[in-house]
Write a protein that binds this ligand. Structure first.
Ligand code: RRO
Length: 307
């Protein structure tokens, strides 16, 4: 028996629960040579601002034990250029569900990016509001650490006219509170979690390895952090759909996030070693479910609670 892989995230239904994580697959069809992007539950674009932004100096990524640290610094072409240059290529590649991640330095910046998406083609099915980049102004600018400010941004981006997801930060003890605030402000789902604030130092040069100084830690090293964040948020807000992200490299990692309370997952750092990782994870999840004769994958969501 094959399992129904359909998942619901607020008003949006996806054919399966696996997406790429924002920032790990470029802005367009960069990974298209390696995997069929249209087979993903949705394709998630690297965060875009209203204006183009050059990002941080190199080096921008460095491998760490069981993970990676990055300080890309939000490089992007800006929403208008993306709509003109990248979205058509994604559509030609057969991608029908695109989630656009947006960022800004102020509430007005977020609103400006959202406004540019208001007339986007129907393939733009949701906006993931990145409130948690660790590399914005050296990590001093985390909207997701302030419930009222995070809620204000979510309200301001309603102008996009798309379901809003809020991408939140693991670098605060107020995560559960922030999740409640963004949900009350209109977010249909939360994406948990962005990278952990970190740093790696080159002892010979006696200097930080990344051009931006500090960075965001991702990969297997942070998977338990993501599981805990999803578990705690689901316990506090059981009706709020969660997209789990953090160190997913195998189907088992993804199932763990579902059992903690996620309805869907995103695969990021694993694609650096294996660009097919998101589809490999999806295939493994489908096999895992059918071997256990599950009728729907959604019945796994939150199933570890109360045990
Ligand atoms: O571009 C980045 O440096 C970056 C972003 Br926008 C983010 O949300 N998370 C991250 O680890 N890096």
């Amino acid at each position: 028996m094959s399992t129904d892989l359909t998942v619901r995230l607020g008003s949006l239904t996806l054919p399966n629960p696996v997406m790429n994580a924002s920032g790990t697959a470029g802005h367009g069809t960069e990974l298209g040579a390696y995997l069929d992007l249209s087979a993903l539950g949705a394709f998630v674009v690297k965060s875009l601002s209203a204006e183009p932004w050059p990002g941080n100096p190199a080096p921008r990524v460095h491998e760490t034990p069981a993970g990676m640290i990055n300080s890309v610094g939000l490089q992007g072409p800006g929403v208008a250029a993306w709509l003109r240059d990248d979205l058509p290529a994604l559509r030609r590649a057969g991608v029908r569900r695109v989630v656009v991640s947006i960022w800004g330095r102020s509430v007005a910046d977020y609103a400006a990016a959202a406004r540019l998406l208001a007339d986007a083609p129907e393939e733009v099915v949701a906006v993931e509001v990145n409130l948690s980049c660790p590399n914005l102004d050296g990590g001093r600018h985390l909207f997701a650490h302030d419930p009222a400010l995070a809620a204000e941004v979510i309200e301001a981006v309603a102008v996009a006219g798309r379901p809003r997801w809020a991408k939140l930060s693991p670098n605060t003890d107020r995560l559960v509170e922030v999740a409640g605030a963004v949900a009350a402000a209109g977010a249909e789902a939360v994406t948990l979690v962005n990278t952990l604030l970190g740093m790696s130092i080159d002892v010979e040069r006696r200097a930080p390895r990344l051009g931006g100084g500090g960075g965001g830690l991702s990969g297997p090293a942070m998977h338990p952090v993501a599981v805990r964040a999803v578990y705690d948020c689901h316990a506090a807000h059981p009706a709020l759909p969660i997209i789990g992200v953090g160190g997913v490299g195998t189907a088992t990692d993804a199932i763990e996030l579902l059992l903690a309370g996620a309805a869907a997952v995103q695969v990021g750092t694993a694609t650096f070693a294996d660009p097919r990782a998101p589809l490999r994870v999806l295939e493994g999840m489908a096999r895992w479910c059918s071997e256990r004769h599950l009728r729907t994958i959604s019945e796994l969501t939150g199933a570890a609670h109360g045990r």
